[in-house]
Design a binder for this molecule. Structure first.
Ligand code: FES
Length: 598
């Protein structure tokens, strides 16, 4: 392990670690643009200069390109290194439009921070600035090429890391352009990461353009609810409106990135038709009366004739109370899943998998063989596809097994995969770290049992952010699916909790009450509706597909976005302690209130 001295601090690091990373490990910051922990080094920006005073190498060096060696004596504050970094920043800023006041990156911009940190405040070059035309990259990403400092992070991420082919770098002479051959929406399912990875404001989130500055944001650590992988996110809100979502770093789960579905499919929370007040028989009501109405209506049903059904959108805090709610409803049938096949498959996967057998996204990225069994990761878990690409880049073969695993998913991340009809054709046994990915929405319990007999790690996919948590609770409480409960003929009324049930499944059975934060058929048909908070409006826990319980924190208070309450362009001029549309409560709180009444 090389031992070196950086600014008088002795540092010991693993073989291959760069001087930049060695300095970061002891909290010595070195400016950097092109280096990124997920992408590694490029040596493009030259702003990470340090001076080596003694040891095997001497003089000014780029710290991101230099592996740490025994005996190195490094200074990040030597006047020569400081002057070099100052000059580099000055060159980088020569063509920059200096448009921080109208740039959405302002306040969270690496270029802005390092420009100030390196002391550059005066433009000495009085030549004309080089300018570019911007492209329309679709509804999600704004392009402003004049802010580019040619760090190549965007092209390296898009092409190398994510396997995208419709975006890259083009150039001639001193003009280097990062974009597409022509205007058009970016095709990669991971294109939104350009916003996070760009150290300046070339790529910004178009959906939240000009809405708020970094210091205005309401934000908190959260978990993506769009699939069962549990990617770590940071949602951002202002004035009761969810503005945007960015990736939150977690090496064991999503690394530094998230998919476009998780990033951009967030606006249901702000939806104008979102139900926000309790309703009894379609008319608005106070909380007390609505909860009383649930208790009163439930009392009209014989013991054992009500089904309580939830979905994997529900966080653990609410889900864990459901067995008590079912008991309080005189032995209601408890259903954590609606569909019988999905219910059996989910319970089988959740009960068979052990922590030792479960593959995290990081395990998938470092596997030496990948089998994707009867599922399309573009639909069911896009970030899993990104992890598969990282394994493939390191040499792992990728096998797509069955008709339910289309080749197009591999093409979406430029992975060359082998198409197989049956799993026994995949030579899993000859590899040391194989991973089998399968879906509890596409495979039966019997198939899953067979699959899990293989010598491999497994990445099961569930039907929602808390699918694994619900399956564990379903197994622990010996529950059945709504489908079997209805088939038994005993069910005469249903209470849905953050769950949509198909009309064909329900038939003529009335919905006594619906607890939800989204407008759907269960809400529309319910005798009593009780509004719950969305995941960004509460604290809670989801258990992801590998069995990892992860907390999400409250980002914003529930309420109608201020932008929707404007009176002639101005927020209401009457002050009130009551937040318009602020009635929703976390599902666990609503369930507790119902139990108290019962
Ligand atoms: Fe070292 Fe860019 S960070 S050259």
């Amino acid at each position: 392990m090389p031992k070196l001295i950086i600014d008088d601090i002795t540092v010991e690091v693993a073989e291959g670690v760069t001087v930049l990373e060695a300095a970061q490990s002891v909290d010595i910051p070195i400016p950097h643009f092109c280096w990124h922990p997920a992408l590694g080094k490029a040596g493009a920006c030259r702003v990470c200069a340090v001076k080596l005073l003694d040891g095997p190498i001497k003089g000014i060096q780029m710290s991101c390109m230099l592996p740490a060696q025994d005996g190195m004596v490094v200074s990040t504050v030597d006047p020569e290194a400081v002057a070099m970094r100052q000059q580099v920043i000055e060159w980088l800023m020569i063509n920059h439009p200096h448009d921080c006041p109208v740039c959405d990156e302002g306040g969270q911009c690496q270029l802005q921070d390092y420009t100030i940190a390196c002391g550059h405040g005066l433009r000495r070059y009085d030549g004309k600035k080089r300018t570019h035309l911007n492209q329309d990259l679709g509804p999600n990403i704004e392009h402003e090429m004049n802010r580019c400092i040619q760090c190549y992070r965007c092209a390296r991420f898009y092409q190398e890391f994510a396997g995208g082919t419709d975006f890259g770098v083009m150039g001639s002479a001193s003009r280097v352009y990062f974009g597409r051959f022509e205007d058009g929406e970016l095709q990669s399912p991971f294109s939104g990461n350009l916003v996070d990875i760009c150290p300046t404001g070339v790529f910004t989130d178009k959906t939240a353009r000009f809405r708020a500055r970094y210091w205005d944001f309401d934000m908190a650590p959260s978990i993506c609810p769009e699939c069962s992988l549990g990617c770590n996110t940071t949602p951002v809100a202002r004035y009761r409106e969810l503005l945007k979502i960015s990736a939150r770093h977690n090496d064991a789960v999503n690394g530094w990135f998230i998919c476009d579905r998780g990033r951009f499919a967030d606006k249901k929370v702000n939806s104008f038709d979102r139900p926000r007040v309790p309703l009894v028989n379609g008319s608005s009501s106070g909380w007390g009366d609505a909860v009383d109405a649930v208790a009163k209506k439930a009392a009209e049903f014989a013991p054992g004739s009500i089904a309580v059904v939830a979905s994997s959108r529900l966080a653990n805090e609410g889900a864990a109370l459901l067995p008590d709610l079912a008991r309080a409803l005189s032995g209601a049938k408890l259903c954590f899943f609606s569909n019988e096949v999905i219910c059996r498959a989910s319970i089988t996967a959740a009960s068979q998998i052990t922590p030792h057998m479960a593959a995290s996204l990081d395990d998938v990225a470092s596997a030496d063989c990948i089998v994707i069994y009867e599922c399309d990761l573009r639909q069911e878990a896009p970030m899993m596809l990104l992890a598969v690409r990282q394994a493939w880049r390191k040499g792992a073969p990728v096998f797509l097994v069955g008709k339910g695993a289309p080749l197009e998913q591999a093409a979406a991340v430029s992975v060359e995969a082998v198409d197989l009809d049956i799993i026994v054709e995949a030579p899993i046994g000859i590899f040391d770290r194989p991973v089998i990915i399968f879906s509890t929405m596409r495979s039966s319990a019997a198939e899953i049992k067979n699959l899990m007999a293989a010598e491999a790690k497994f990445a099961p996919l569930f039907d929602g952010p808390n699918g694994m948590g619900m399956a564990k609770l379903a197994a622990a409480n010996s529950t059945i699916s709504l489908e079997s409960a209805v088939k038994s003929g005993l069910i005469k009324g249903i209470i849905t909790i953050e769950c949509v049930i198909a009309d064909e499944l329900r038939g003529e059975i009335p919905i006594i009450a619906a607890l939800d934060w989204q407008m759907n058929s269960s809400v529309k048909n319910a005798g009593v509706f009780l509004p719950t908070t969305a995941w960004v409006e509460m604290n809670g826990t989801f258990v992801n597909n590998e069995g990892r319980a992860q907390q999400f924190k409250k980002v914003m208070a529930p309420g109608i976005p201020v932008s929707a309450t404007l009176e002639s362009g101005h927020p209401p001029r009457i002050h009130s302690l009551d937040v318009p549309g602020g009635e929703p409560k976390p599902a666990w709180e609503v369930i507790t209130e119902i139990m108290k009444r019962l």
